[in-house]
Design a binder for this molecule. Structure first.
Ligand SMILES: *Cc1c(COP(=O)(O)O)cnc(C)c1O
Length: 408
């Protein structure tokens, strides 16, 4: 454990950060809460400030040409970002992490590992913006995307060809809460010699660590649970392989989708309470899922914590809890019925995004997933009436009362 997780951050981080390696190695081997609170943080050497300073600078002074302290220009290196990247690596049990200006910028960097003619096998049920990036931006550069139902890993095996270079999965999925067996897909990927990237946004590093299950890259929209307070847009990639890290760092620096230092500070701060928030999201999630399932006007509740969820046992094995996301449909399948619920909640705010402390309600067909053509959506089980909830950490009685009055 100790040697596998030892930090090999030399190439991307400065001497100054390398000096803190022993600090981080010490906390790497502590229990979750201790690790999440101390990950990447150390008192500022010049002042003793306990919180990582926001290094709001574009450049760094050199004493003579090429003589610098490991920082040359802030697109390539920034100390606030370096502290965050160390924290991200630690909490995902990875060797390296890179922070990006958004989740889709992180996804974009992964696809830029590929060349024209290469093929990606991707999940048919995933974040709408990922689908849009693949189909509308990268297809025209000659990269092919094949979408399969990854909840049955055999479908991936069947879709693989000699040109396959990357497998992209999301689990649990957005918004249908489908579960894919990461370990099984990692075995298929290893055999085929492809890269497996897992979008771990919905679970967060507290509930699920795909690298431990054999994935090559973990992707996060840090905008969601990592930030946790709906006040920042950011993304992340975490990996173990040094050559992957070198290639992705080169893309990060060359394409320039880096987050600003203040945003890095916000996500670092979010990580310190991730474990506390996730426990509360999970607890509230359980209560809301059961309330909805027993409601006479509710038809189907999509939540991987139900024992009769098709891949419940896989979720139970690869996750520490079932999280705060769920979706449901009403027995009245008209758009009007869904719209009434969506516009009547008072504690749940009608908004895109998820993973913040406050509860949100969303209509995927017209909001987060509007970029997926309707027939594609319907084919994959995302009906027009589907309502998605991001269950926050308010008092659960208030959340249930709010849904009760909105559903009627
Ligand atoms: C939000 C989200 C993204 C995109 O992240 P941004 O930070 O909005 O760019 C990717 N995947 C999932 C699962 C998401 O929820």
């Amino acid at each position: 454990m100790c040697s596998r997780n030892a930090y090999k951050i030399k190439n991307i981080l400065s001497d100054r950060i390398i000096k803190t390696m022993s600090n981080n190695q010490f906390f790497q081997n502590k229990k979750t809460a201790t690790k999440f609170i101390h990950a990447g943080a150390e008192p500022d050497p010049s002042t003793g400030a306990i919180m990582t300073p926001i290094f709001q600078t574009s450049t760094y002074v050199q004493s003579s040409p090429g003589q610098h302290k490991g920082y040359e220009y802030a697109r390539s290196q920034n100390p606030t970002r370096a502290a965050l990247e160390t924290a991200l690596a630690m909490i995902e049990n990875g060797h390296y992490a890179l922070a990006f200006s958004s989740g889709v910028a992180a996804t974009d960097a992964v696809i830029k590992l590929l060349s024209p003619g290469d093929e990606v096998i991707a999940a048919n049920d995933m974040y709408g913006g990922t689908y849009r990036l693949f189909t509308k931006v990268f297809e025209k550069f000659g990269i092919t995307f094949t979408y399969v139902d990854t909840t049955n890993p055999e479908n991936i095996s069947k879709a693989l060809t000699e040109k396959s270079k990357l497998i992209w999965i999301e689990t649990p999925t957005n918004p249908l809460m489908n579960i894919t067996d990461i370990k099984a897909v990692a075995a298929i990927s290893k055999k085929a010699g492809t890269i497996l990237c897992v979008d771990n946004t919905f679970a967060s590093p507290y509930l699920q660590n795909p690298l431990d299950l054999g994935a090559d890259i973990v992707m996060h929209s840090s905008t969601k649970y990592l930030g946790g307070h709906s006040d920042v847009i950011q993304g992340a990639l975490i990996m173990n392989d040094v050559s992957l890290k070198d290639q992705l760092y080169f893309i990060q620096k060359s394409c320039g989708a880096v987050p600003g230092p203040f945003d890095c500070f916000l996500v670092l701060r979010g990580i310190k309470t991730l474990h506390v928030r996730m426990k509360a999201h999970c607890e509230n999630g359980i209560a809301v899922a059961h309330f909805l399932r027993s409601h006479p006007k509710v038809d189907k509740v999509y939540w991987c914590g139900f024992e009769d969820h098709p891949n419940h046992m896989i979720a139970k094995n690869q996750m520490k809890g079932f999280g705060g996301m769920l979706s449901f449909t009403l027995k009245d399948t008209s758009i009007e019925a869904a719209t009434k619920v969506l516009s009547s909640t008072k504690v749940f705010s009608l908004a895109e995004s998820l993973g913040g402390v406050e509860s949100l309600i969303n209509h995927p067909a017209s909001m987060t997933h509007a970029s997926i053509p309707r027939e594609e959506r319907i084919k994959n089980g995302l009906s027009d009436g589907l309502i998605r909830l991001s269950i926050g950490i308010e008092d659960v009685e208030d959340l249930i009362e709010d849904l009760q009055q909105a559903i009627g």
